[in-house]
Design a protein. Sequence first.
Length: 246
Amino acid sequence: MNQKVIANFACKNEEIESNLEVSGLEFQKFTNQETDPKNLDQAIHNVLLGMELISVVENGYGEIEAVLSQVKQWVSPGLASNLDNPQKSDLEIKISLKLRELDQAAETFTHKGQKLLDGSISASVKADSHSFLIVGANGSPENRINLNTSLNIPPITSKTLGLGELSVNSSQKGLKGLMVLENALGIISRLKQRSAALRTHLQEINRHLATAIENHHAANSAPGSYEQARDFLRVITDIIKNKREY
């Protein structure tokens, strides 16, 4: 198994502690996993790491989008018709260099040593290699976000985007290249939508976690409330017991 979890991209799936159930009718003062402030703080830390990862991914998308937009201007069929052969040769060299920049992005954009644009965070990789973000007070399934299925980032290179044969030698080739570039830009746009959706989701989770911590602090600042709740629960327990005896 090689499933990974944020914060360190190193924990295996077996190491994710399962949810602990509280047995019996008992009032506990923020001692279970769901309300332990340390666990909640760790969950917030993980959520922030997740948003940090998304920022790196989106920076990568922005750089790739800029490269594609620049190359798109260069392969315009109208431009090709106005260039002589030496100019076309010079332009194709410039295009090649720009596409090399795009290819380097897969190596450049990493988070905590994890490459982000090389296909390792794609839904197509083996399930036991997926990366998870723990966003709750424990590692139970409902508190895990699968980054591979949420972001689903394919390997991004000039080859995978279909840009390997761009040419400005003729208006016809320029038109074909323009269509390929439009498709590549569409892919990046869809990837940006996924990352934006996950960012919004994490922000909502972060608000809920912050509220849970505030509630914990509020309860601890009023110890009488705890004693009253415990006494109330004891009364309810006695009532349930007495009812069973009849």
